[in-house]
Design a binder for this molecule. Structure first.
Ligand SMILES: Cc1cc2nc3c(=O)[nH]c(=O)nc-3n(C[C@H](O)[C@H](O)[C@H](O)COP(=O)(O)OP(=O)(O)OC[C@H]3O[C@@H](n4cnc5c(N)ncnc54)[C@H](O)[C@@H]3O)c2cc1C
Length: 309
């Protein structure tokens, strides 16, 4: 039986540590301790970034789905494979034969040992932090990993750095998993996107803009003010931090131009939907650039066209 795994023990830790902006930092002993902590304290979302595909018949998949106790456990079938993430696997583990477990031990030695109550002796790592990275005018997107078996459920993991307002639009794409830097944890000096010029509001579309600057002197004058206010708010934020104001409150003054960073693990069907919706001329320029960058990183397969609505 073929078993494919996208991710590693280390990937779980990276997706957990992004909250602290420490996902680049890896260390076998500390990472294993963190996996234990995440499992004990049910901090489960980082486990969603590890994807498992088992070759199986549809009947077997139906027999698993039939026995699931909670509707929150999501197990999919596409192209002769059962697809699920590690969080779902942990929840549905009892319904899979023991032969599956040996494949899991091989690919995720630390996590599977901890789940069995044993002390891990091995730990799997990522090949690289990012495979490829593309810049956009407001940030960047990097491809972390992919599992491509030619199905609508092929999976991809990206890291994205973008302004807050782009992240808000992005996170509306619910069919996928996210872990993001938290300003409750970090207090490093924030970085901001300042557009090259201030685009005009479109007249024929209430939510769109046109690719030309507002008239001078307003473009230069407002841009200067935007830079000034952003700098002033950043200084106030840093000063509040130095005087002991809680990070979770001080962050309230940071404007939407502030950049955030998150991991995004997404199935092809949702990725294609994202590309269709966000490369459309009705989408905001900044997110459109990200959708085009993603399309050039991993292509568009049209799987979303099978969805009527
Ligand atoms: C140009 C533009 C303007 C927008 N303006 C607004 C706005 O003003 N306000 C606003 O709130 N949002 C707005 N959105 C966001 C939009 O409503 C969607 O939330 C977003 O585009 C994500 O799309 P999705 O739901 O198809 O994707 P996903 O959430 O990734 O879902 C993928 C697919 O899964 C299925 N699906 C997922 N969840 C459900 C569910 N609960 N029930 C049934 N089917 C489901 C659907 O088929 C969906 O297409 C805008 C989006 C665009 C592109």
């Amino acid at each position: 039986m073929k078993v494919f795994v996208m991710g590693s023990d280390q990937r779980i830790v990276r997706c957990a540590r992004v909250s602290f902006d420490k996902d680049h930092k890896v260390d076998k002993e500390r990472d294993i301790r963190l996996i234990k902590y995440l499992l004990q304290h049910r901090h489960a979302s980082p486990f969603e970034h590890v994807i498992i595909a088992f070759e199986a018949g549809k009947d077997f998949w139906l027999s698993v789905v039939e026995r699931l106790l909670s509707p929150a456990v999501q197990v999919y079938y596409s192209g002769s494979y059962i697809w699920l993430n590690l969080r779902n696997y942990i929840n549905a583990k009892d319904f899979f034969p023991e032969s599956f477990e040996s494949s899991m031990v091989e690919r995720l030695p630390a996590t599977t040992s901890i789940l069995k109550g044993e002390e891990p002796t091995d730990y799997s790592t990522d090949q690289a932090y990012l495979k490829e990275k593309l810049e956009t005018s407001s940030g960047w997107v990097g491809l972390v990993d992919s599992l491509e078996l030619g199905t609508d459920m092929d999976f991809y993991t990206f890291v994205v750095e973008c302004p807050l307002f782009v992240a808000r639009q992005w996170h509306r794409h619910r069919f996928g998993s996210y872990n993001e830097v938290s300003r409750r944890y970090v207090d490093y000096e924030p970085d901001f996107y300042i557009p090259e010029y201030l685009r005009k509001q479109a007249q024929n579309n209430r939510q769109a803009s046109v690719e030309e600057p507002v008239e001078e002197p307003w473009n230069s004058l407002f841009l200067k003010k935007v830079r000034w206010y952003v700098q002033d708010l950043k200084e106030l934020y840093m000063a509040m931090g130095e005087k002991g104001v809680a990070r979770e409150l001080a962050r309230g003054i940071l404007p939407q131009f502030m950049k955030t960073r998150f991991y995004w693990t997404v199935p092809r069907v949702s990725l294609d939907n994202f590309i269709t919706l966000r490369t459309h001329e009705g989408a905001q320029k900044e997110i459109r650039e990200f959708a085009l960058a993603i399309e050039s990183l991993v292509g568009y397969k049209g799987s979303d066209k099978k969805i009527r609505l």
